[in-house]
Write a protein that binds this ligand. Structure first.
Ligand SMILES: NC(=O)c1ccc[n+]([C@@H]2O[C@H](COP(=O)([O-])OP(=O)(O)OC[C@H]3O[C@@H](n4cnc5c(N)ncnc54)[C@H](OP(=O)(O)O)[C@@H]3O)[C@@H](O)[C@H]2O)c1
Length: 302
């Protein structure tokens, strides 16, 4: 099969590597594709292009079996979200129509769930994000879902939790740098997923998922922020971070105001997906080993 990965970054490269190893032809499309040697090293053909410019997509004239949109706004604000996610989705759908594509997956985010009561949420739960960026992601999802409903593009949307893996993991890095703070009362629930499990989920959904459907991609065990830091402290021997002082500004984070446990049941039951890293303890073990063997010094971790 020939696969196009649009926004071929952290997750896209893991996915591409897996697909190349499976004998597929993979093209990785992004603005600075030629500057990332990891693409070619993984056997992914780099294609330089900007998703916000429809003409860059139009230059891709060969047929594709699967298209995966893992583009991110690269930490940009509301305008970048509007341009890259929403504008990019409109361009991609327009380009993908009438090309005979067999499946298209877009990786959205669990940040579209605005729940704050710590309860379980699944794909039918209300998605009412409090912030503008969350609302733009929701609007982006609708571009794909509507195209699927109208039979224009066989699109499916994944709502992905906080991605971690080699070289990634915001709170882990804050912890190693001594900058983490424990939230009061044990803290919020956090929902994580290892990047290899996101890559597996994309393949599982393209193979067995239903067009026009939503799937959450998180591991099996949400964890409270305090328990996460407690585990890291126990495993690394570094001190437990102090509790945030009352009124101390919360660390900046996308899902900062929500508190929810996200269920992966639909993805497991409908697509046969099983996470290789069922919880963060399994997924972070190699990173903790790297830290203990001094391959990942605390001073470099921030
Ligand atoms: N990180 C998380 O915790 C998280 C959580 C939930 C959902 N997600 C979603 O999961 C997906 C994958 O995340 P990731 O961590 O792999 O993201 P990433 O590492 O930032 O990769 C995204 C890639 O998109 C490319 N890009 C940005 N603007 C572009 C444009 N205008 N045209 C073409 N390419 C563009 C960037 O490369 P260039 O700069 O070379 O263009 C970047 O390598 C994203 O859709 C993200 O929104 C992430």
């Amino acid at each position: 099969m020939r696969v196009l990965i649009v926004g071929c970054g952290y997750v896209g490269k893991a996915l591409g590597r897996q697909l190349v190893q499976g004998g597929n032809e993979v093209l990785g499309f992004r603005r600075n594709a030629s500057e990332d040697p990891e693409l070619s090293a993984a056997g992914i053909h780099p294609i330089t292009g900007d998703l916000t410019r429809a003409a860059d997509l139009d230059s891709l004239t060969m047929p594709f079996d699967w298209v995966v949109d893992t583009v991110s706004s690269s930490r940009g604000g509301v305008e970048a979200y509007r341009d890259v996610y929403l504008g990019g989705a409109r361009n991609l759908v327009r380009w993908a129509e009438s090309r005979g594509i067999r499946g298209l997956v877009y990786t959205s985010s669990t940040s579209v769930y605005g729940q704050t009561d710590g309860g379980w949420v699944h794909e039918e739960s209300p998605a009412e994000p409090a912030g503008e960026t969350g609302r733009l992601l929701l609007e982006t999802e609708q571009v794909f879902l509507q195209a699927a409903r109208e039979g224009r593009v066989p699109a499916t949307v994944l709502r992905v939790g906080g991605i971690y893996g080699p070289g990634r993991g915001h709170l882990f890095r804050q912890f190693l740098a001594g900058e983490a703070r424990r939230e009061p009362n044990g803290g919020r629930w956090i929902n994580m997923i290892h990047r290899e499990d996101v890559a597996d989920a994309i393949v599982a959904v393209l193979g067995r998922g239903l067009t026009g459907r939503l799937y959450n991609v998180v591991d099996d065990q949400p964890v409270r922020q305090g328990d996460f830091l407690g585990h890291l402290s126990k495993e690394t021997g570094l001190p437990l971070p102090p509790e945030a002082a009352p009124g101390e500004p919360a660390p900046v984070r996308k899902r900062g105001t929500t508190d929810k446990r996200v269920s992966n049941r639909r993805l497991r039951e409908e697509c046969g997906w099983v996470p290789r890293h069922p919880d963060f303890r399994a997924g972070y073990a190699p990173e903790i080993r790297r830290f203990l063997s001094r391959e990942l010094p605390a001073a470099d971790a921030g």
